[in-house]
Design a protein around this ligand. Structure first.
Ligand code: MP5
Length: 211
């Protein structure tokens, strides 16, 4: 028997590293470099495009009782994609950039999880959303213009959405076999590792990137 919270308790360091990063601290203090932030923005847009496909895929495996929450997520992601385009326009960025190898690796993992049993996909979805929900909130109130970004993933409605995702993942995990629960734990660990690498990719920009 495993619950989502058990996964965090079993891997505290991994989860801490996924949700705390100098990139986020620099957004909080307003000292993040424009290149670092822009790298994150462009690469995260690319990630969210693929994540939208993943979310749609999770819906295809879900019991009908889970549709409400997932359809709400799909509606919200439509607004989010448009919001990314608007933010890119404001900052004079093109979103047509190539994916960085780190983002490419993450989206390849996402695609590979699409064939996993529903409880594994539901756990991955919850972990990915929780990583941003916590990561953007933990440093405390962010400097402008980064406060708008922090609010997107830290606002009370998004927090509530993530709790619903947790409930649904928990429900599906309770009915899952031991091997499926083990797969969910393995995917949770991958999400935590990939989230950390994604922050690191943006923070290292441009020195270690796009050479
Ligand atoms: C999310 C994200 C949250 N935008 N980027 C990464 C690397 N991880 C998680 O997903 P969403 O769809 O923006 O809520």
């Amino acid at each position: 028997m495993i619950f989502c919270q058990d996964l965090i308790e079993r891997h505290p360091q991994l989860w801490h590293n996924a949700t705390h990063h100098p990139f986020l601290d620099a957004c909080q203090s307003g000292t993040i470099g424009p290149e670092q932030f822009d790298t994150w923005l462009v690469q995260d847009y690319q990630f969210v495009v693929e994540f939208t496909r993943f979310l749609a895929n999770v819906l295809t495996g879900a019991p009908v009782e889970h549709f409400d929450v997932l359809l709400g997520g799909l509606v919200a992601i439509k607004d989010e994609l448009n919001w990314f385009r608007e933010k890119a326009r404001e900052r004079g960025l093109t979103l047509q950039a190539d994916k960085h190898p780190t983002g490419e690796a993450y989206t390849q993992y996402l695609a590979s999880w699409e064939v996993k049993p529903y409880p594994v996909r539901a756990t991955a979805l919850w972990a990915i959303e929780l990583a941003y929900n916590q990561g953007w909130q933990l440093p405390g109130k962010m400097a402008s213009p980064y406060d708008e970004f922090a609010d997107r993933w830290g606002n009370p409605e998004f927090t509530e959405y993530v709790k619903h995702l947790e409930r649904q993942a928990d429900e599906s995990l309770q009915a899952a076999s031991e091997p499926v629960q083990q797969q969910a734990e393995a995917v949770f660990r991958e999400v935590a590792r990939l989230e950390r690498e994604f922050w690191q990719m943006a923070f290292a920009s441009p020195s270690e990137n796009f050479a």
